[in-house]
Write a protein that binds this ligand. Structure first.
Ligand code: 13P
Length: 250
């Protein structure tokens, strides 16, 4: 069975709750496309109002982060059951901005991935190399390590439902999109790595997104690649352009 595309917006730290409602209402009619799973990952404080606004549409509202403990003295964190209680089905884990500014590591990413699965939330697991690493020629080695640690103790049944987002750090927010060939090469290497860890069937089912300056112009070619199953979109997900990205195949 061909993999269904999944295109997610990562709003990052943008939009107040009332602005979030207005944006969901604006984008709702533009992102209808039954060929694609459409997810808006929004700041935690906007999850509930965004969900209300998205009711009756094809938009799933996701979270941008989650903690790996059930509850307790973790000031400022969001627990997995807080997300499931309001119906969240997706959570971004290990975005490079969280790794850079909030000390996330491959190990905390793994803990969060396991916790998300335990609660039936689909993790969108981010990986990606820096410009220095690309120039050193260690991109694939680096990504394989990130993937192997992220999937420690994840069962094949869980892995099949996971989403991986390949986001080269040098392409995030820079307008410098990876070439289609670069993006496809790494997404294929990720699928090969999953096949090594698990098996062919798991590798064929897992969905792998590309992220990093995706625009309405670059989306059609990127998403036509055999190992790219959609995108994780930052800046362009806050604009009507996101409708064109979701409808890349129309
Ligand atoms: P941009 O699309 O703004 O480059 O951001 C990509 C990203 O980090 C999505 O998670």
């Amino acid at each position: 069975m061909p993999r269904k595309k999944i295109i997610a917006g990562n709003w990052k730290m943008n939009k107040t709750p009332s602005e979030a409602v207005a944006l969901v209402n604006e984008l709702k009619p533009l992102v209808a496309n039954e060929d694609v799973d459409v997810v808006f990952c929004v700041p935690a404080i906007s999850i509930i109002p965004a969900m209300e606004a998205a009711k009756g549409s094809n938009i799933s509202i996701g979270a941008e982060n989650m903690y790996f403990q059930e509850s307790g003295a973790y000031t400022g964190e969001i627990a997995p059951n807080m997300l499931t209680d309001v119906g969240v089905k997706y959570v971004i884990i290990g975005h490079s901005e969280r790794r850079e500014y909030f000390a996330e590591t491959d190990e905390t990413v793994n803990k969060k991935v396991l916790k998300a699965f335990e609660h039936g939330i689909t993790p969108i697991i981010c990986c990606g190399e820096s410009l220095t690493q690309r120039e050193q020629g260690i991109t694939i080695d680096w990504i394989r390590q990130q993937i192997k640690i992220a999937f420690l103790d994840v069962t094949p049944e869980q892995a099949k439902t996971a989403v991986i987002a390949y986001e080269p750090i040098w392409a995030i927010g820079t307008g410098k999109v990876a070439t289609t060939a670069q993006a496809q090469e790494v997404c294929k290497a990720i699928r090969d790595c999953i096949e090594e860890i698990y098996d062919k069937d798991t590798a064929q089912q897992i969905r792998i997104q590309y992220g990093g300056s995706v625009s309405k112009d670059s989306a059609p070619e990127l998403f036509a690649q055999p190992d790219i199953d959609g995108g994780l979109v930052g800046g362009a997900s806050l604009k009507p352009d996101f409708g064109a990205i979701v409808n890349y195949n129309k």
